[in-house]
Design a protein around this ligand. Structure first.
Ligand SMILES: Cc1ncc(COP(=O)(O)O)c(C=O)c1O
Length: 403
């Protein structure tokens, strides 16, 4: 592949040939024969749900992230809801969180009839800015909900200090950050409660699925009850004990992750380290390619952090370009590169605007970033040719629109 003359090539959006013949998505699962066999084995077994694979997956996961307890859920969103419940969020409470996230992060606060209070992000990582968090703490604040955006852990030391000072619970939304490290610690072993997702674009997948990790046994028990209708025992325990009696002790849901996909999760977990190596390798290739390329600002990595690279969000230096983000996005899509945008700030969504009267202009760092963000494809199944195609297309398109 030659990138020397890319800026003179006709863009696909203007009728030229696309860089790729086939569309490259921004994220995609990798499923192998061992995964398929593990699922088939459960399908032929006694327990499709509430069986032994659930505990096996949870134990292996807790061990991997260095937590005492791991409790599985039917999605990352269900896991966030359970974490918000375990943290004691209720009507009248507030939780401080970031606008640069998927809506589910803030929605879990609303599920508990509490109020999400947004704080602006730091310009380098687009993670919660601790100073902004501190300025949003009120007598009603019960929790802080940082997000490890793109797989780069939030500033957990500074957030932990604020939480300690005010007696708050930290729920870390690590749906992007399975396998990330922060200050020598593994994500999953830092916050009071840490939430993960196993959606297909994530580091490992169960189709849909999620997990909460914690070192607190009381939280773990509450989480287990919450995902099982608020009932204090599970069907298999009762069968094994020859008992029929159970008690519902809190208002829970059916948020269980079935054995069928816990078996898939167990197999996928065996490949997590390899997946992380690949994602980090792709990030290194991108960073090298764009280091001196005008108009591209690659994601920043802070000292002491080893990101998990769920996403690779670049920012466009619009002052160097004759096109805006929407035009660049369309031009890259025409080249068959599945770029995406993460995220529309949560307070921009009509639901939040109508319910809370949130206004554009409240969070200048997050909002300026949003105008410039484009996520490049990033998944462990990408080969070097895929990565080179992305680099080629970005240079071709941005080269064309360079001032
Ligand atoms: C930051 C963040 N939080 C929560 C979720 C929700 O996870 P799930 O899709 O597993 O419900 C996602 C999903 O992508 C996410 O990116």
């Amino acid at each position: 592949m030659s990138t020397t003359s890319v800026s003179t090539q006709r863009l696909a959006i203007d009728g030229g040939s696309p860089v790729r013949a086939r569309f490259l998505p921004y994220g995609r699962q990798s499923v192998d024969e061992a995964d398929v066999q593990a699922v088939v084995n459960v399908l032929r077994s006694e327990w499709l749900t509430t069986g032994p694979k659930v505990g096996e997956f949870e134990e292996a996961f807790a061990l991997r992230v260095g937590a005492e307890h791991a409790v599985s859920f039917s999605s990352g969103t269900a896991a966030l809801h359970a974490a918000a419940f375990a943290a004691g969020l209720k009507s009248g409470d507030e939780a401080v969180t970031t606008p640069i996230t998927f809506a589910a992060t803030a929605n879990c606060v609303l599920y508990q009839r509490a109020t999400p209070v947004f704080a602006d992000v730091s310009p380098d990582t687009l993670n919660l800015d601790p100073e902004q968090v501190a300025s949003k703490i009120s007598a009603n604040t019960q929790a802080i909900l940082p997000v490890d955006y793109a797989g780069h852990p939030a500033d957990m030391a500074a957030i932990g200090e604020i939480a300690d000072k005010h007696g708050l619970i930290v729920i870390e939304d690590a749906c992007h950050a399975l396998g990330a490290e922060y200050g020598g610690k593994r994500v999953g072993s830092i916050a009071d409660l840490t939430v993960f997702s196993f959606h297909p674009v994530k580091h490992i997948t169960t189709g849909e699925g999620g997990m909460v990790t914690t070192d607190n046994a009381q939280f773990a028990e509450t989480l287990r009850r919450f995902r099982n209708h608020g009932i204090s025992s599970e069907a298999r325990q009762r069968q094994q004990a020859g008992q029929w009696h159970y008690e519902m002790v809190l208002l829970g849901f059916n948020y269980r992750l079935p054995d069928i996909v816990c078996a898939l999760g167990l197999e996928q977990l065996k490949r997590l380290d390899a997946n992380l190596v690949r994602r980090r390798g792709i990030a290194t290739m991108y960073a090298a390619a764009f280091r001196d390329f005008p108009a591209v600002i690659p994601p920043h990595v802070r000292a002491g952090v080893n990101p998990a690279w769920h996403l690779y969000p670049i920012r466009l230096d619009l002052s160097r370009l004759t096109a805006n983000r929407a035009q660049i996005f369309r031009a890259l899509r025409a080249e068959n590169i599945g770029v995406n945008v993460h995220y529309i700030p949560v307070h921009y969504h009509p639901y939040y605007r109508e319910r809370f009267g949130s206004k554009i202009g409240e969070f200048p760092v997050a909002e300026a970033a949003y105008e410039r963000l484009i996520s490049l494809p990033m998944f462990h199944g990408m080969n070097d040719g895929d990565v080179e195609d992305v680099i080629h297309a970005v240079k071709k398109v941005l080269g064309h629109y360079l001032k």
